[in-house]
Write a protein that binds this ligand. Structure first.
Ligand code: ATP
Length: 286
């Protein structure tokens, strides 16, 4: 396990903004920390980085207590935009960061490549698009080859193209084996790039599982004629108006059964609950 928390809690006054959160991030996965604004994502992440002291509960990051020098050396993070100098180039900004963190200069070229900014490396930071600025932030977080990369709302404020770019970047890093913990209030985003998801609502972790598990079983929708005959033939099917719903079995076998019985099959398609629907059910927030 790269990260584990045990009943991690942060109270401000008598309000628990993070309330007994127990989560785990495994090596090599992209873990999505999903929740509406104000749910407690940033506070949790700040506790994992040793920036906020928990009121109770524990957290372990790469086997270390959060915020200890040993833990910090193995974690790269992008929370608030890192300080970059507008009049320095992207490359020079990274050199400054590398120097501050005691990372060899040669790493700068490697991370520029990782985030696909080599061709723009000599341009001044202030000329970068928001998406490029964010990628440079990820590059800075990658300096020192951290075992864990933590990104807090990495696509916030980006236009759709920038968001797509950032998703591609996270996927590319994951393909290289990088463990990533990212937070988001965007379901589609988490759905697309994460292996597992922790859903947080009002400070509480209300679910933790793979995206698939979260969605639950897939249901097949069947249109056929005559529908009543199909209903009788397909065990466990439910007649809903003029279509059938059935928990996914083998669609091929199902179609064969109907066709052999002279039932005309017009449509068979999966009815997938979107993560959005699931999320809404769990948090009451669309
Ligand atoms: N220092 C603080 N003092 C008091 N309340 C705080 C403090 N920091 C955060 N909060 C409150 O805790 C709650 C959770 O905030 P947090 O930033 O962790 O949420 P979040 O899920 O990251 O949301 P967002 O996406 O808006 O950042 C919010 O209601 C916030 O107002």
């Amino acid at each position: 396990m790269i990260v584990t928390t045990e009943k991690l809690t942060k109270r401000y006054g008598d309000r628990a903004v993070v309330d007994e959160v127990s989560l785990s991030v495994r090596r090599g996965e992209v873990y999505g920390f999903l929740g509406p604004n104000g749910a407690g994502k940033t506070t949790t992440i700040r506790m994992l980085l040793g920036l906020v002291r928990p009121s109770s509960g524990t957290a372990s990051v790469l086997g270390e207590a959060p915020g200890t020098p040993k833990a910090l050396l193995k974690v790269g993070s992008l929370i608030e935009g890192p300080g970059f100098y507008p009049y320095l180039s992207g490359r020079d900004n990274l050199r400054v960061h590398a120097h501050r963190r005691g990372v060899a200069r040669t790493h700068v070229e490697a991370v520029l490549e990782q985030v696909d900014l080599v061709s723009a490396a000599n341009e001044k930071f202030r000329r970068y698009s928001l998406g490029m600025k964010q990628r440079l932030g990820v590059a800075a977080a990658l300096l020192g080859q951290p075992e864990l990369l933590i990104l807090d709302e990495p696509t916030n404020g980006l236009d759709p193209a920038g968001m797509a770019d950032m998703r591609d970047l996270v996927r590319a890093l994951a393909a290289q084996g990088q463990t990533v913990l990212l937070s988001s209030h965007l379901l589609g985003e988490v759905e697309e790039i994460c292996d597992r998801v922790g859903v947080i609502s009002n400070g509480r972790l209300v679910a933790e599982s793979t995206v698939e598990q979260l969605r639950g079983d897939t249901v097949l929708l069947i249109k056929a004629d005559p529908i009543e005959k199909a209903h009788v033939l397909i065990e466990g099917s439910e007649l809903r108006g003029d279509v059938l719903h059935v928990r996914e079995t083998d669609p091929g076998a199902l179609i064969r059964t109907l066709v052999h019985a002279d039932v005309d099959v017009q449509e068979v398609r999966p009815l997938r609950r979107t993560l959005e629907e699931v999320f809404f059910e769990m948090t009451g927030v669309a």
